[in-house]
Every structure is written in C-alpha cells, then in structure tokens.
Design a protein around this ligand. Structure first.
Ligand SMILES: [Fe+2]
Ligand SMILES: [Fe+2]
Length: 238
C-alpha cells in the first residue's frame, strides 16, 4: 500500500479510475479540491485514510483493468473499448430512449419544460452518439487496429489516407465534448437525477439508465481521449 500521508487527493485520483470512483463515493473532491492532502481530506469527513486506501487498492487489484491500459497493447485497448463501451451504448441508447418515450407521453403534461427538453436533448445525444460510434468503427478504429499490429510487430506506423491519425481524432474529440455538454444538460435538467414526487417505476428506471449511461460514457471518453488517442498519435510520431 502506498503511504497515504504524502499524497494529495489529485495524486490518488491519478492512480486509477477505480480510485476516482472510490473518492467520488466518499464525497472526496479530487478535482477542484485536489491539492488537499489525502489523509486530511479523509479525516475531515470522519473517514479512516488507511481504510479508504485499502478499499481503493482492493478494487484496483480486482478490476485490474484501468492502470494496465497505459502499457497494454494498443490493439487490446481499442478492442476493449468496442467490446465493452460501444456494445453498451448500442444496447442502452435504445432501451433508455424507450423509457423516455413512455415517461414523456405519460408525464409530459405535468412538467412540459422538463420532459420536452429532456426528450430533445436525449434524442440529439442518441443520434449523435450512434453516428459517432459508426465513424469510429468504420473510419478511425480500423487504422488504430493497424497501428496496434505494427506496434506488436515492432514496425513503424503504416500510412493513413487522412494525412495523420490526429485529424480524425480531433473530430472525435470535438464530438466527445458535445456529448459531454449534452450529459451536463441532462444532469442539470433532472436536478442531478432527483426524482420528481410523481415518479413511477419507469421514471426511476429512466433516471437510473441515464445515470449509468453518463458514468459509462465518462469512462469510455477517458479511455479514448486520455489513453488510446494520445498513444496512437505518439506511435505515429515516433
Ligand atoms: Fe468510442
Ligand atoms: Fe469516441
């Protein structure tokens, strides 16, 4: 176990996604309050720093997936993203959409400002993401797959038809930012997923689905923006 007494919250957060999830669960602000020493921040919340760190270590060892992506073959990461996060969206985007349609038609008149706008924002997010997944799978990822093969074979990056891999990556990153904005609007429209008084089972299932979608998309975008894409660009520039 690392010595927690010298680490800040931001340093702990940077160790893994698992660490981030634990910090969030404990309400420890690693973002704006990231400079706080980990130990002090835990004690201020009546938490035992050693126990929190042990929890992080235990889950990180069990998940054993986030820290390795920095060094695992690029091809494995690309395949993991498609098999895990793209497949998730392909199942969940329509399922959550169905729940929203139902809620919109049943509860729409009770709070038109919320439900009309939520339907609009979600509809936009869904169609943008479906197109985005398609672009990644048909245009960008096949070349990343080739880069991954070259990486494993110890060869240089093969040429790409769009000048540099950085070009389609820049487009994907812009789309990620737009998806992030839509997620942010969904969060604020729903008041951080606080259920309205008239919430039925479908509203609950809808909010759960939206929240899970947000969490999955954050991890998905993190893996692409912060690990896979920089690795592909660095590999090309070697
Ligand atoms: Fe993706
Ligand atoms: Fe993406």
């Amino acid at each position: 176990m690392p010595t927690t007494n010298t680490m800040t919250l931001a340093e702990v957060a940077a160790t893994s996604l698992t660490a981030i999830r634990h910090l969030e669960q404990h309400g420890l602000d690693y973002c704006c309050g990231g400079k706080q020493p980990f130990d002090e921040a835990c004690r201020a919340k009546n938490l035992d720093p050693g126990a929190v760190m042990a929890g992080i270590e235990k889950s990180a060892a069990a998940a054993n997936q986030d820290t390795n992506w920095q060094t695992a073959p690029m091809r494995d990461l690309a395949r993991h993203i498609i098999a895990t996060h793209h497949e998730y969206l392909k199942l969940e985007l329509p399922a959550v959409g169905k729940r929203l349609d139902k809620v919109h038609s049943v509860h729409g008149p009770k709070d038109p400002a919320l439900w009309n706008r939520l339907a609009e924002v979600y509809g936009g997010l869904r169609s943008e993401l479906e197109l985005h997944l398609h672009k990644e799978e048909v245009i960008l990822f096949p070349f990343i797959e080739q880069y991954g093969a070259a990486e494993l074979a110890g060869q240089p990056a093969p040429p790409v038809p769009f000048g540099s891999i950085a070009n389609p990556i820049a487009v994907m990153e812009r789309e990620h930012a737009e998806a992030g904005d839509a997620l942010g609007e969904i969060r604020s429209l729903t008041n951080n997923f606080e259920l309205p008084a008239y919430a039925c089972t479908t509203v609950r299932a809808l909010y759960d689905g939206l929240q899970a979608l947000e969490a999955d998309l954050h991890v998905h975008i993190h893996l692409e923006n912060n690990i896979l894409f920089p690795r592909a660009i660095a590999f090309e520039r070697r």
